[in-house]
Design a protein around this ligand. Sequence first.
Ligand SMILES: [Zn+2]
Length: 281
Amino acid sequence: MSNLIDKIDKTKKILENADGILIGAGAGLSTSAGLDYSGKRFENNFGDFIKKYHFTDMYTAGFYDFKTEEEKWAFWAKHMYVNDIGIEATELYKELLKLVKNKNYFVITTNVDDQFYKAGFDKEKVFSTQGSYKYIQCKNACHNKLYDASDLVKEMIKNTKDCKIPTELVPKCPVCGGKMEVNLRIDANFVQDDNWYMQNRKYEEFVEKNKEKKVVLLELGVGFNTPGIIRIPFEQMTYQNPNWKLIRINKDASATFLDIQNRSILFENDIKEIVDALNEK
Ligand SMILES: [Zn+2]
C-alpha cells in the first residue's frame, strides 16, 4: 500500500513538472469508465439478439456475419447507440481531462466511442486512429467521406422488429450505390478522411516539437490487440528520449518490453482508482 502511495506521489510530481503530456488510450480505459462489453450492459440492451444469435458479449458479436443488411443494421444501430450515440461523457474521462486541461497535451486513442470528445477534450488535440461508432462510410471505400449516422441510428432502433430494420432504412453509398459500413478499422477498406490525416499530422508534430522537452506519456488500458499503435511506440519514445517518462496503467499487463525502468512508473490497478487518486489535492 505505501508503495502505491509513493508511486502516486511520484506520478503527481512528474505530471506537475511536465512540459507536455501525451495520453495514449486503449479499450481498458473505457472498460474502467463503465463501458464494458459484457454482463449487465450487454444483457439489458441485447436481449432479443442474445435469444436469436446466442451472442455472449458485444465484442465478439461485432464479428458476426449477418445474412442481410436489415439484420446487420438492426444489431449495429443498437451497438452504435449503446456505446456512443446514446450516451454522455463518463466520469472517468471527465476526471482525466482535469489532469491535463491546463497543460500542453495531446491524445492518441484506439477507442471508437468518442468519449474524449464528449468529455470536452479539444478535438484538435485528439487523434482517434481506428474510427468511430458515430460515422458510417462506403463499404467499398469508393470515396473517403464519413457520414454522421446519429439520426439514422435512432430511426433504425425505433423501427427495429424481430432484430431487423425496414429495408427503406438500409443505408446506401451516395456515390457508388453499394453497401455502407460502420467507420471501424476492420479491413483494408477503412476510410481515413481528411480529418484523420490532419490529426495524424498533429500527433506527429506534437512528438517532434516536444522532443527535447519533459514529456510524460500517460498510457491507459492499452493491451495487445493493436500494440503497434500506442504501446510499442510509447516504450520506444521513452527509450529514445532521456527527458521523457512513461506512466502506464494496465490492470492485466504493465511490464515493459524495453529496459526503461528508471523512466517509467507502472500501475497494475484499476484506471479509475489511480486517476481519482491523481486528482486528489
Ligand atoms: Zn461507394
